[in-house]
Write a protein of this length. Structure first.
Length: 498
């Protein structure tokens, strides 16, 4: 039945546990068979079968401890332990008696209806088998104890059950090896294993033993792409999953430390924040240029007392990058790549807010219009007209500064908003752009052509409007009037207004 269940259970921890209990079952069953016969040959045969379980139990214990403690034991360790177990079984089964493991076993009658086997253990038993078993199980218990030292209450109780269930048969077996038993040569370790089995059975019912920790946690939490951190009621780190370990290098050193000492400062602050009730606080943080949606949830089991805090980080970098790209596309003119009217007006208001009401700060706007652009489209085609728009947009970008805002208002109209720029400086830039555009040679099928610009420049000097939106609209209106003036002056020129 154990073999069938192992195939049905996917948790590695549960498999290790069942393997250990299966080995214990082999030991118990054949020890009963050994006690049930008075024939020396049968007793020795049953004893040899018991050692199939006895030599594998410590390995199964260490395997279970590895899964519980979330540590990685090197492959060489498993190879060495398996080699020791294999060597012991070879000596027990193949070498004739007496040998280094057993001397000359004899039947010892302790009652008229009960006889036990005096194994007459040799040097290999005391110097090989006993250290192999005790040291392996002791190391397993150390790993488990370290793992549960700072765990939350339900995990600590499970850890205590595991440790007590292992120590009980270990103590009884130690007394047997030292020959301190009520009945000489009678090994009561198997009886203590039955008590361990009852303890674990009770734990299955009372604490869902091997359910909350290994199955729900190892199978679900460990395979979550999100990084999960668990802090106890004192804000100490008590648990984490694989994704969290990858995010925080050497995370084991932070187990048991308070949140304020956690390497990701934002998490420490959020965990320490006192917000009432059993609720979730969402947010977003950036770690090493990776963007995470963060969820901080205080778990209150009774009343308002916080029993644990679960912090979950979801990597949303790709989603945020995509959002930025989509938003950027929504702000841009698809043909020229310049800002569209809506984006330029919103960003322009933000620029105005920084200088509004301060007469010492200069702000200029330039309006551009391609002269006789309809004639260009009619004569050379709309594709040629589009190429001229793109060429002029590149000229604007080349001759303006990074903090200037350049936008296409629609058709052949463009605008440049220039913070920290005097009217004289803006006119200088406008004249440069005007001359450069006039030098551009554009191509149409079997023809070349050029275009000219009319440019209107306006300054904020003299504008004393407190509302940023109104100030921007007034400034653009002045630039538009200056552009109209340039058109009235015969086009292909620069005009200013303040």
């Amino acid at each position: 039945m154990i073999a069938i269940n192992i195939k049905k259970i996917s948790s590695p921890l549960v498999k290790a546990f069942l393997m250990m209990m299966g080995c214990a079952l082999i030991w118990n069953v054949f020890y009963v068979f050994e006690l049930g016969t008075n024939d020396l040959a049968y007793k020795i045969h049953f004893a040899r079968i018991q050692y199939f379980g006895l030599t594998i139990i410590p390995i199964a214990w260490l395997l279970m401890a590895e899964k519980i403690a979330k540590v990685h034991i090197k492959r060489m360790v498993w190879v060495v332990l398996s080699a020791i177990a294999g060597a012991l079984l070879i000596v027990i089964w193949i070498l004739p008696l007496p040998n280094l493991f057993w001397g000359n076993p004899v039947v010892s009658e302790v009652h008229q209806n009960l006889s036990v086997l005096d194994y007459d253990y040799g040097i290999l038993f005391y110097a090989g088998y006993v250290p192999f078993v005790y040291l392996t199980i002791a190391y397993s218990l150390i790993l488990i104890a370290r793992r549960f030292r700072f765990s939350i209450s339900v995990y600590r109780k499970q850890g205590l059950i595991i440790i007590v269930g292992a120590i009980l048969p270990l103590v009884v077996n130690t007394l047997y090896v030292l020959d301190i038993t009520p009945i000489p040569h009678l090994n009561l370790t198997t009886a203590s294993l039955s008590i361990t089995g009852l303890l674990y059975a009770w734990a299955l019912i009372q604490y869902r033993f091997l359910a909350p920790l290994p199955i729900a946690r190892d199978v679900i939490v460990e395979h979550m792409e999100a990084a999960v951190f668990v802090f106890d009621k004192d804000s100490r780190l008590v648990d984490y999953n694989n994704s969290a370990a990858l995010l925080v290098g050497n995370i084991e050193q932070y187990l048991g430390l308070v949140a304020e000492k956690f390497p990701i400062g934002q998490i420490g602050k959020l965990v320490s924040t006192d917000f009432s009730g059993d609720k979730e606080v969402p947010g977003q943080i950036e770690i090493d240029q990776t963007i995470f949606d963060i969820s901080v949830r205080h778990i209150c089991l009774t009343g308002k007392r916080v029993e644990a805090t679960v912090v979950t980080l979801y990597d949303v970098t790709e989603k945020e990058d995509l959002y930025r790209q989509v938003r950027e596309l929504a702000l841009r003119d698809p043909l020229t790549g310049l800002y569209n009217r809506r984006a330029l007006m919103e960003m322009g208001v933000d620029l105005i807010k920084g200088i509004n009401g301060d007469s010492s700060k200069h702000f200029c706007a330039m309006m551009f219009d391609i002269d006789r652009f309809k004639l260009v489209n009619d004569t050379y085609g709309h594709a040629a007209g589009d190429r001229s728009l793109v060429a002029i947009a590149k000229t604007f970008i080349h001759h303006t500064r990074a903090h200037d805002l350049i936008g296409r208002l629609g058709g052949d109209e463009f605008i440049v908003l220039m913070p920290d720029t005097t009217l004289e400086e803006a006119l200088g830039i406008a004249n440069t752009i005007h001359e450069e555009v006039g030098r551009i040679v554009l191509f149409a099928p079997k023809k070349t052509f050029s275009v000219t610009l009319s440019i209107g420049v306006a300054s904020n000097q003299g504008l004393l409007i407190s509302d940023p939106q109104e100030s921007l609209e007034k400034l653009i209106s002045l630039a538009d009037r200056a552009l109209y003036q340039a058109k009235e002056n015969g086009k292909n020129c620069v005009s200013s207004m303040c």
